[in-house]
Design a binder for this molecule. Sequence first.
Ligand code: FUB
Length: 444
Amino acid sequence: MKKRLLFTLLGVVAILSARAQNPFITNQFTADPTARVFGDRIYVYPSHDIPCTEGRGRPGWFCMADYHVFSSPDLTEWTDHGVIVSQDKVDWVKPESYSMWAPDCVFRNGKYYFYFPSTPVDTTSGRGFKIGVAVSDKPTGPFVPEKLPIKGVNGIDPNVFIDKDGQAYLYWSQGHIYVAKLKENMLELASEPKIIPNLPEKGLKEGPFVFERNGIYYLTYPHVENKIERLEYAVGKTPEGPFTVTGVIMDESPTGCWTNHHSLLPFKGQWYLFYHHNDLSPEFDKNRSIRVDRVSFNEDGTIKKVVPTLRGVGVSKATSHIQLDRYSAISGEGVQIAFVDTAVRWNGWKAVLGKEGAWLRYNTVVFAKKPRSIIARVQSNGDGVVELRRGGEQGALLSTMKVSAAKDWKEMKFPVSGVEVGTHDLVVVLKQGTPVEIDWVRFE
Ligand code: FUB
């Protein structure tokens, strides 16, 4: 992962290299993404998973000490603005609890309000999680935490929705999903918490996220209908319901990541679903990574189910490293995706074209000028020929890449022809020879 560091008065801001694919943050583990649009950028407030170790958290469980915020102008270039709130700097939080779970952030009357759950030092009003607020003049902080958590709220996964009339509502979960009005100051409840009825009775529900579209209020939440969480939703005519369970937004993880947690919002004319999966930690699902995919609605307002992708939503510049392993489509057999280096997973993945005819497609590569060559970071035990084609396996041939045997990764350059300025979908096919591994390609 290439990144540029900027030193600011607040700390370190990392401009992450273009991350047009899923997961889109790969410099650390991230989970529970709440995305918000402030101005012309999208900001993502996720949880920050770290591995538990002896003396740090509870091994085998979630371990979360602080929060970062990330932002992007285009869902491709992401900036890590660094830590905004941490467990040892909030008066009411038990500093060694490592329980800074799923947050939210909203803008109101010139201030940004960051809501987060954690374990309190003071347990006189009961054990379990409380929810606090930190306030800032900017979406990236500095955030000043309130001295005490919100009175009357016990639980996790805060979410704030501000209705068209200006009334703000706080939602959270603790077995059930709760709602209460917030006062104008955004720091105190203005009504008694109510359990939202008519949601599934059996199986954990958590992570509420509420939004309104065309007069329909959507209460969305992860729910364990079977064995692990899937994303579901209910609709109503007011922010407090009543809500009617309506459907599934995303099915359970095919590889068994137990949690999912999400947010939905429009950005520059397109709706997106932010969610998480354990891509960088496949054998331990409490070290997760955030993803984003497009979402759309039927005419009656129901949500079309989202099929998770590795390709994600970003546009890849032809001159950037194009991670083909985050493919848009793949031949059924013969292609394998694996870590480039299993000891350093932050280095990402490679695509292995394992047998003749194996192919993968990568969509939406933008060529600002006609390229003359393709540079590919490749490895092969023998000699293999990979064809680069436009659009499909039978699309126009753009380059024939003769990859020679080598023990190590190497960058090889091949001539390219027939690529016009514009946006193209690319396909690589193993034409003949031994399997070829590809880390990335870029054009010159
Ligand atoms: O990240 C910790 C917890 O896992 C969240 O608060 C839940 O929603 C689940 O994602």
